[in-house]
Design a protein around this ligand. Structure first.
Ligand code: 7PM
Length: 299
């Protein structure tokens, strides 16, 4: 297969990620981008599980934007290991009102979904990015995204959320890094063949999705190899279980310092976007890193 040549853009440090009406500089000298996480699952903003609290979600979103988030990722289906699937109607009810309200305020909104129907409806409601932990493998998902001008995040996952952490294993050429990078490169090419511009695509190794602690660490140590494929890379380490294992922190919200360290490590290996719960902590750390990293000059 003939691959598109991204060399001129890379050589000049000119690289934009196009996402709806937004365009983000993701070149090597740009400030790393922060994607703030808004979970709209009943365990996050519920008032007992029956009525999902729209005002609470909006408040949280406003706070993350004020703290410096460049975009917000709205997710209504828990992809936690072992989580049962959420009915489509339920995901729709949780996600769409939040997308509509926040997009109307001018924010860049990403929607974390695997379902083409939700993708289409979210785009109609104003979403600029589709973030898919299944890398647009559902039938009709590429078409739903290609028909609009949204940015897409293609993530690698081994197995399904229900079974992925049972026995993660990577036996192929190059181990976990070889398999993840081959998969993502292939998915990007399938998306491009489906009519999506290369400049709309971001790749994500999917930390914690069918990976052991050692797999997650290996993917991070060698993240530069994924970056070398030429697409912007997004890293999602925030509060994840491997950080709990490394620090002994059993409670996810106690993993803020660990998450910041992981985000900085990924950025120093070439990630251009970090997906985080704790925006202030991440933004401060990235500012200091940016001022001190020798190749970036003044912040
Ligand atoms: C419960 C456990 C709820 C774990 C949610 C999660 C990523 C993502 C998620 C990621 C991209 C979380 C995960 N993780 N999308 N969605 N990359 N692109 O920890 O790493 O947020 S859900």
């Amino acid at each position: 297969m003939q691959l598109p040549d991204a060399a001129p853009a890379k050589a000049e440090g000119l690289m934009d990620w196009r996402a709806g009406r937004f365009s983000f500089d993701v070149g090597p000298f740009a400030r790393p981008l922060v994607m703030g996480i808004i979970n709209v699952t009943p365990d996050s903003f519920s008032d007992g599980g029956q009525h999902f609290g729209l005002p609470a979600a909006i408040n949280h979103a406003e706070r993350l934007l004020a703290e410096g988030a460049d975009m917000l990722d709205i997710g209504g289906e828990s992809t936690r290991p072992g989580a049962p699937p959420v009915p489509l109607d339920e995901e729709r009810r949780r996600v769409l009102p939040v997308v509509e309200a926040l997009a109307a305020r001018g924010a860049c909104i990403s929607v974390d979904t695997r379902h083409p129907a939700i993708m289409r409806e979210a785009i109609a409601a104003g979403a600029s990015i589709i973030n898919d932990v299944q890398a647009l493998t559902a039938p009709g998902a590429i078409e739903a995204c290609a028909a609009a001008d949204v940015g897409v995040v293609l993530m690698h996952m081994q197995g399904t959320p229900g079974t992925m952490q049972a026995a993660p294993s990577y036996e192929g050429e190059g181990g976990v890094v070889g398999e993840v990078n081959r998969y993502l490169r292939e998915r990007a090419h399938v998306c491009e063949q489906g009519g999506m511009a290369r400049s709309r695509i971001v790749l994500d190794p999917g930390f914690g999705f069918g990976k052991t602690t050692e797999h997650n660490l290996e993917l991070t140590r060698r993240l530069n190899e994924l970056v070398a494929l030429g697409y912007p890379v997004l890293a999602g380490w925030s509060r994840k279980r491997t950080l709990g294992e490394l620090t002994g922190r059993k409670i996810a919200s106690d993993r803020v310092y660990a998450s910041v360290a992981a985000a900085l490590t990924c950025v120093s290996r070439g990630a251009r976007i970090v997906r985080v719960h704790d925006v202030t902590a991440t933004v401060d750390a990235l500012r200091v890193w940016g001022a001190m990293a020798s190749h970036l000059g003044q912040a």
